[in-house]
Design a protein around this ligand. Structure first.
Ligand code: IPE
Ligand code: IPE
Ligand code: MG
Length: 241
């Protein structure tokens, strides 16, 4: 069972396997993405109920642009539509919505929907729902490096003062703690350019479940697995000291 005293503060999820779920049913890939929205609801509900501080969901990567245009358009529309439809309920659950990624190059409808969700939920102090949209871990580090360079050029910062803490302050969501737990579905054991800086010491749990089949019990299962792990952060296990 889940130990309420040792919950991860921040859970990050790579929601994978929508395409395979659809293929297994001879459905178009977009049907898999649509079915996956129910899993998103389940993950949010469970995190909100457990009292998790932040949940970051990988909705579209900076590499996903190589997919067929129809799938990309469908995905962008789906993310915007679901966010619009779910907004009142998210707000009612005290969820605070935010986003990371290069939002400036996604369709305007999606940009506006995200901005509206951010505005409406800005004063909520429950679960922080962080949507990674057109997100790439390397792009995030490059964007931060550019802003650090600008700050140094403007004289707001000295090069020798750039520490890990200072640099992290230039990332997309510096107010969030680093993810403690990274969940990836559909059995792939890779990070696919996700939160490269932030997952330095995250515990990784790979589940075989395809994302559209993911429900609240799978989130609990991942948290239980997380709680079985010994986090060492480069040190020694307590009981070996
Ligand atoms: C994850 O499912 C959703 C996105 C990448 C947007 P996939 O579409 O990658 O599903 P598979 O990997 O083809 O099964
Ligand atoms: C990662 O999944 C991106 C999202 C879940 C949005 P992918 O399916 O794009 O990752 P790869 O291509 O298998 O590494
Ligand atoms: Mg995939």
């Amino acid at each position: 069972m889940v130990d309420d005293q040792r919950l991860p503060r921040h859970i990050a999820v790579i929601m994978d396997g929508n395409g395979r779920w659809a293929e297994e049913r001879s459905l178009p890939r977009l049907a898999g993405h649509e079915a996956g929205t129910e899993s998103v609801r389940a993950a949010i509900e469970e995190c909100a109920e457990l009292g998790i501080e932040a949940l970051t969901l990988y909705t579209f990567s900076s590499e996903n642009w190589v997919r067929p245009p129809r799938e990309i358009e469908g995905l962008m529309r789906l993310i915007a539509e679901r966010l619009q439809v779910e907004l009142p309920e998210l707000h009612g659950k005290n969820v605070r919505v935010q986003a990371i990624g290069r939002l400036e190059t996604v369709p305007e409808l999606l940009q506006e929907t995200v901005a509206q969700a951010q505005r409406v939920t800005a004063n909520n102090d429950g679960l922080r729902l962080n949507l990674a949209i057109n997100y790439g871990g390397r792009a995030e580090i490059v964007d931060a490096a550019r802003r650090v360079a600008e700050a140094v050029a403007d004289g707001r910062l000295r090069g020798e003062d750039v520490s890990e803490e200072v640099f992290a302050g230039f990332l997309y969501a510096p107010e969030l703690p680093d993810p403690d737990l990274l969940i990836r579905t559909a059995g792939e054991a890779r990070v696919s350019n996700y939160l490269l800086w932030e997952i330095a010491y995250a515990e990784i749990v790979v589940l075989p479940t395809l994302w559209p089949d993911f429900r609240r019990e799978h989130l609990l299962q991942a948290v239980v697995e997380y709680q079985r792990r010994t986090r060492k952060f480069g040190g020694l296990q307590d009981d070996l000291l």
